[in-house]
Design a binder for this molecule. Sequence first.
Ligand code: C5P
Length: 404
Amino acid sequence: MSLTGKHIIVGITGGIAAYKTATLVRLLVKGGAEVQVIMTPNAKEFICPVTLSTLSGKPVISEFFTANTGQWNSHVDLGLWADAIVIAPATASTIGKMANGVADNMLVTTYLSAKAPVFVAPAMDLDMMAHPSTTRNINLLRSYGNHIIEPAEGELASHLVGKGRMEEPENIAKVLSEYFEQDKPLKGKKIMITAGPTYERIDPVRFIGNYSTGKMGYAIADEAARRGAEVLLISGPVAIRPESKEVKVIDVESAREMYEECHKHFADCDIAIMTAAVADYAPATVADKKIKREKDEIPQIELVKNPDIAASLGASKRPGQLLVGFALETNDESANALDKLQRKNLDMIVMNSLRDAGAGFGTDTNKITLFKRDTTSRSFPLKSKKEVAADILDEVALLVDTTD
Ligand code: C5P
């Protein structure tokens, strides 16, 4: 089971099955997830918060404010942090509150703020489970898109036998990991991404470079890893690192080094995305000592052409391999982008214009238009680079489907 890096909120409500949730938390943590437990006040009558904070490695949240410090527990931040919320056990009362928006505790408030998928594992006595009110509320949760993990049949705390036992923790953990698995449309794909600037050495202390920060390429690398791809990031000198531990980084400095690494790995890849701002020229020779300031002479730097990495990969592309390039333009944007698409034998080009505020180097946002080989294009509004990465990979996934 792999839940590596997933942020999971485990909500516990006041039912006897709460004792089983300790095992659930343990399983999720073992699977690689970061778990934040939120308990309703009644849940604490059934299981001790210290057990859960120890297993999750995080203080349990139960109140809107931490009693001794007055610190506000932000349900909004928690809701945004979560990749999934699982409420186990979910009592009839909490299910009713969730269904009807009765936000009188931290758990239901967080539920209402969250955008992540929600999994609900009901647990109650068989007559409560069979009551039309419960059935209606569970159906309401289904209509909101929540996933109901059906209770099992068996002996209940009341010693009656019927439907209402909370599903076993192992099965709840399995439902979550299977959910995240099918959320990985790029699983089994190898993606190579270039990012950042290149530095072309003049002497031991100077170089020719550019303002690229690598943010766009790193955002694509992280998003591709989240979607299950095996990601190799060939990065020029930047000040950032990928958020995902799954992204493998090869650091390079010059265009020549980037070229060598790309050609070493391209044959193995299904997809290559070239976001790097590669210097077009490099000094013909690199001085081995710092070039001194001469009194009357201005040094001349002779330049030689760097290889065009994207074009060279385009020339060696196998059928079925996808090659995506970027075009950062200042004028005649569409015509230039389409020309590069053809010339470099790309399957798609991502065009951004320095004329658009918020697009280009260093910003956390970008505004792009995608062009494909069939010359169809799609323009997107200004978005965060994370969202732009998701849009690009959505289109890449569509192209993968047509070549598979
Ligand atoms: O021709 P231009 O530099 O505008 O092309 C941009 C695209 O080509 C980008 O995808 C960039 O990463 C790639 N490129 C490259 N090697 C170069 C120049 C550009 O891979 N030497």
